[in-house]
Design a protein around this ligand. Sequence first.
Ligand code: ZN
Length: 288
Amino acid sequence: MSTDAWHIDEEDLREYAAGTAQPPWLWSTEAHLDACAHCRRRLAAAVGPAATHAGWARLDAELDAPRPGALETLLVRLGLAPHTARLLACTPALRRSWFTAVGLTLAVSVAAAHVAREMTVPMPLLAIAPLLPLIGVAISFGPHVDPSYELAVVAPMDTFRLLLLRCAAVLTATTALTGVASVTAPEFGPVTLGWLAPSLALTLLSLVLTPRFGPFPAAGAVGVGWLVLLVATVHRGTGESVLFTASGQAGLAAVAAVSALALWRARAAFDTDRRPGRAGDPGPRRAR
Ligand SMILES: [Zn+2]
């Protein structure tokens, strides 16, 4: 029902249907079509049912398409394949909630190091920072916590490669955040960067143990081992640990290197069942 005295003439309607109508005429045609059922019927008759259905299908697909997030868009721009970027963007340890938790933990660690004035090394930061990528990598695997798990299993990429990609992403993110935190404690000197070698060593070591024990037990055992090692090596008087001297750092770097080698040699274990931590499990993938 229209109150307009005029209707769109045949030629303009054909141009609009063909997508060749130009502004400003395009705009007034569209405004008129919006208000006039008669011209909408004429337009439908002019384009035919096939074109109408194709239009609906395009609209439907557009509405259903998942919107890539900022991280995914950035990764694609950096040159990653779109499906790789999606898998990385789905990594639980790369979400905002995780970043917030890591940021808060680091802030508290640095604040604790500042408050305890007798400290000669920022021990809270050095003790806690290596655990962050360890936890981040552990929560990035396993079907219970990973919404992209099914995607990861069916994706045209082997599990080991995905594992390395995600670990690299998690390590890069936590290392960047911890680096920023370290800058806020300059009075301690280079020892503030003592978390870097254990971060690598702990993460790689837990990955080596993952095919046998699963991501959470492996990360838990390595994390507890790290804290026990710290408590055992911290000097009661000075609060320093041999782990953050040159020789301790070299030892931790060696652990990281040996773990990387062992991980590479054990890479087949990640692909036999396509599921870290459940190698050889022949049962159904889901009990639901
Ligand atoms: Zn009309």
